[in-house]
Each structure stands twice: as structure tokens, then as C-alpha cells.
Design a protein around this ligand. Structure first.
Ligand code: FAD
Length: 310
């Protein structure tokens, strides 16, 4: 059994495992895919103190740093169920899809999230080659260029306002007949000179030249007509889905499925902590996930030293 078992091997989980192991306690980390979303990223330019790196390189560095410590790494293993301790200070159980079961006095959940995709031709092919999901991350790469934002909810409209200050022109495309973002955001959006809003529009294809995005096609849902938009970038903002489906009956989740945590990364269950994109922490970023992963490990340690001696 472990003192601390981390579930998820992205930036949050790696930070949690390192912080826990540095306390000299038995630490394990189980991950479906060590590295997490970082593996799907190309240029990373906001990992503070590292002006430029690439996803696979950062993911390898995360794994190497964890391996510098006495941490039991279980990669390519998916958790399917969490059973919190039955008595205070008892062992929680994490069941894996492989059939194995792991026990730990404290569990840190860091299973991350995934961006909802449009699922249209060209989207996967041109991911990181013009198709982007994170305006804070990739906005500056499109300085002076033309981009589209897909989605007119709060995150889409926030992204459009943000990008309008960097790029030459933003076209916001919304499927519905009206935007769903808060009124203040919509007012701000419509006040900007370099933004066009198209509603009742369904994106049907991403076009590229073999190397990068050159445009998209959308269908006007009223007329049924297809239109081609020439542009260099597409920001998909139709939702970030936390990987918490297996936790619905065990820890308190927000209406969006995010694990509810307090400032110390405590969940609704004793001995269960959570960090990173799977939680209610505002702003989903690598440095934020790492910070919260560290917080979760220190809180888990705090919890362990207060348990009655065995
Ligand atoms: P994740 O990175 O999502 O890791 C989750 C981990 O949990 C993975 O190991 C996964 O396999 C595992 N897992 C999930 N479910 C289970 C389960 N049931 N059992 C076991 N393991 C499980 N942020 C920046 O700061 N800068 C950038 O430039 C940047 N660019 C990005 C570009 C793209 C294309 C994407 C998709 C994201 C980008 N981000 C960027 C966001 C950043 O990657 C995330 O905020 C960060 O990775 C979150 O870390 P995390 O550890 O919380 O979750």
C-alpha cells in the first residue's frame, strides 16, 4: 500500500508525485498516458523561466524528474473506480481497468481534461498546425494573422476578445442563432473593429495546404449554403471536458463535472485531494496545474502526519 497514490500523470500529477516523494513517504503514480495534454502540444512559450519548449520534450522532462525519486510509476493504466476509506485514516482503494486494485492512505486525483473537438475533416490533421484550443497558449503565434473562434459561449467570446488584441482579424462562428456568452462580454465583442460574428453557422471542414491551415468551410444553417473563409488559425472553444466520469459517485463535482476543491486542494472526501484541469481551479495551464499539484501533495502530507500512529 502507498501513503500517497497519484492518479494522472500530467503536469499536476508529476508535481504532486515529486512533492510527495520528497517527504520520504511511499508514493505511487498511475497514469493512462504519462505526460497528459502536454504530449499533444507543440510550442510552449509560457512555462515560466523556459522561453520555449515543445510538448514531448517537456513530457519527457516531467517523467525524468519523477524518476529521480523513489516513485512507483504505473503507466498505461486507467483508473475505473475510487473507493474512499471506510474509516477515518483507513485505506482508500483505486481500482484499475486491468483488474488490479491499489490502496493508499491519501489519493491525489489529477486526471486532467480534454478539449471537445468539432469532429470535422481536417481538424486532427491540422491540430497544432493552425487548429488550436488554448488562446492563452497559442494566441501570440497568430500575431497579425486572420483567425476564427468556434463557439459563442463565454470561453469563445473571451477568446475572441483576447485574440482581437493580437491578431489582424477574428471571425467568431456560433452554431446557434445567438451567442450564449454573458451580455457584458457580448457588448465588448461587438465594440471591437476587427471582429466579425457569424451565427447559425456550422463548421464543416478545415482546409490546409498540407502543412498548415489555410481556411475553413461553414454551412449557413438557415440557407443551407456553404461558405469558405480564408484564414491562418482556428481556435476551437466548444468546451473543456474534465476526465472525472469515473468519480461521479465518490467526490463532489461541479455542474461541469470538475472536482470541487478548496484552496488547499481538499475534495469533499477525507484523504482525497485533487489538482489541475480536472478540478474547479480557474484557468487551465501547465504552471497552474503544477502549482496545484504541489499544493495537493503538501496537503496530503499534512493529512498523513495528523493520522493516529498505526
Ligand atoms: P493533463 O495534462 O490532462 O493530464 C492528465 C493525466 O491523467 C494524463 O496522464 C492522463 O492520461 C491521466 N488520466 C486521465 N484519466 C485517467 C484515469 N481514469 N486513470 C488514470 N489516468 C488518467 N498550457 C500551458 O500552460 N501552455 C501551453 O502552451 C499549452 N498549450 C496547450 C496546447 C494544447 C493542444 C492543449 C490540449 C493544452 C495546452 N495547454 C497549455 C494546457 C495544459 O496542457 C494543461 O493545462 C495541463 O496539461 C493540465 O495538466 P493536468 O496534469 O491537470 O492534466
Amino acid at each position: 500500500p502507498f501513503d500517497v497514490l497519484v492518479v494522472g500523470g500530467g503536469p499536476a500529477g508529476a508535481a504532486a508525485a515529486i512533492y510527495a516523494a520528497r517527504k520520504g513517504i511511499r508514493t505511487g503514480i498511475v497514469a493512462e498516458r504519462f505526460g497528459g495534454q502536454v504530449l499533444d502540444t507543440m510550442a510552449i512559450e509560457n512555462f515560466i523561466s523556459v522561453p520555449h519548449t515543445e510538448g514531448p520534450k517537456l513530457a519527457a522532462a516531467l517523467e525524468q524528474h519523477v524518476k529521480d525519486y523513489d516513485v512507483d510509476i504505473m503507466n498505461v493504466q486507467k483508473a475505473k473506480k475510487l473507493v474512499p476509506a471506510k474509516t477515518p485514516g483507513g485505506y482508500a482503494e483505486v481500482q484499475l481497468e486491468s483488474g488490479a486494485s491499489l490502496k493508499a492512505k491519501a489519493v491525489i486525483l489529477s486526471t486532467g481534461a480534454r478539449w471537445r473537438q468539432m469532429n470535422v475533416p481536417g481538424e486532427d490533421e491540422y491540430r497544432n498546425k493552425g487548429v488550436a484550443y488554448c488562446p492563452h497558449c497559442d494566441g501570440p503565434l497568430f500575431k497579425g494573422k486572420r483567425v476564427a473562434v468556434i463557439g459563442g459561449g463565454n470561453s469563445g467570446v473571451e477568446a475572441a476578445i483576447d485574440l482581437a488584441g493580437i491578431v489582424a482579424h477574428v471571425t467568431l462562428i456560433e452554431f446557434d442563432s445567438q451567442l450564449r456568452a454573458d451580455a457584458v462580454l457580448q457588448r465588448k465583442l461587438y465594440s471591437l473593429p476587427n471582429v466579425t460574428v457569424i451565427t447559425s453557422a456550422q463548421t464543416t471542414e478545415v482546409h490546409g495546404d498540407g502543412e498548415k491551415v489555410i481556411g475553413l468551410t461553414y454551412k449557413d444553417r438557415n440557407s443551407g449554403q456553404s461558405h469558405l473563409l480564408e484564414l491562418e488559425g482556428i481556435f476551437v472553444q466548444i468546451g473543456l471536458v474534465p476526465n472525472t466520469e469515473f468519480l461521479v459517485d465518490t467526490v463532489g463535482l461541479s455542474s461541469r463535472g470538475e472536482i470541487e476543491v478548496d484552496a488547499r486542494a481538499h475534495t469533499s472526501q477525507q484523504g482525497i485531494f485533487a489538482a489541475g484541469d480536472c478540478t474547479t481551479v480557474p484557468y487551465k495551464q501547465i504552471v497552474i496545474a503544477m502549482g496545484q499539484g504541489s499544493t495537493a501533495a503538501l496537503s496530503a502530507f499534512d493529512y498523513l502526519i495528523r493520522l493516529a500512529p498505526a
